[in-house]
Design a protein around this ligand. Sequence first.
Ligand SMILES: [Zn+2]
Length: 423
Amino acid sequence: MAAGVAVEVFPLKCVVQHYAWGKIGQDSEVAKLILGDDPAIAIEQDKPYAELWMGAHPKGDAAICDNRIPQETLGAWIAEHPNSLGSKVKCTFQGQLPFLFKVLSVNISLSIQAHPNKELAEKLHTQYPDRYPDKNHKPEMAIALTPFEGLCGFRPVNEIIGFLKNVPEFHAVIGNEAAEMLENSTGDPHQVSAALKQCFTRMMNCEKKTFVDQLNMLVKRVSQEAAAGEDTTGSNGELLLRLHCQFPGDVGCFVIYFLNLVQLQPGQAMFLGANEPHAYLYGDCIECMACSDNTVRAGLTPKFIDVQTLCEMLNYVPAPACLKIFPSVRDSSDPFVFLYDPPVSDFTVMRIEVPSSVKRYTVSSIDSASILLVIRGEARGIAPPSEVNVRRGSVLFIAADKAVDLCISSVDGMLLFRACCLL
Ligand SMILES: [Zn+2]
């Protein structure tokens, strides 16, 4: 190593979170990736591998795999080298990496939730610091690695009215007055939002005994219809029974009549901005988010639900499921890069698809620290004074203004995801 040349590109060993909802053993993409990176690792066949945290979050700070570097973790290294974030990022985010990059493997649904905007996050944190641990917003982006299923945003009103007609048990927890308000709302978006809010608030405030009775009746009816081979799509039967099996008696089982079911194919994304109700149901994805833990839950959870905050904050704007798919855009300066650039400043994700015909590729230098995950392919990565072999599951930290030359040895090209902050 040449004296004075700093090591600014290095591999990370990332933290696995074994939450109970994760896919089990080698069914989990998280487990497959860590095994790809380190074939000596032992995957426990009965243990959930839910999340891989690729970042500097205090609850899961990635370990640095480079014996020339004295700091053990990425967070400790960035604290000593804040310029590595890039001048704008360092200034805007007070010397912190502004995003957390993850892989998620979802076997059992995560809670239906929404995240406050910055203004509300500040207010909630001041009022209830135990429940809302920081002042930051928490925009999130999920990019499917395998076919991925989630709930996102309110359905078009005609779909919700259809369920009110087809599912009398759902109608019963909403009540006649609110249901009629929605049925009679026409055209005017303010009127529609007000009616939607009224219906949703009625359901969330429904007396526990009433909704449990109605839910039990609904589940019994749909189970009988399914057993008789009848079509239960009018009651969203398949999803209802699946979620009821995972969370019996949970109000979230009715939330499926309000929210869009979004099915993503690999490479497709969902962006979850402030106040957008959502849940991850099944599948493997890349996730990038702003650094925050502020979550307001709405169901499919044994945890506390802050009903009043939830019903006040939500984005009651109905839209079809197809509009919930967030498009990636080909980078004008690099035909192999597709950008997922959400309308927030905290992060951008790049999908880099290097075709099999290309054997030398440069991961370009940008004015932001970034984290690179290899999903497919093998290469020797060169960023003097660093040289490192990367393969499926490898995770690299790349300081701002550093490029990495890849000498690709795999025959089927490479697929990489890179998280950064383009200000
Ligand atoms: Zn969320």
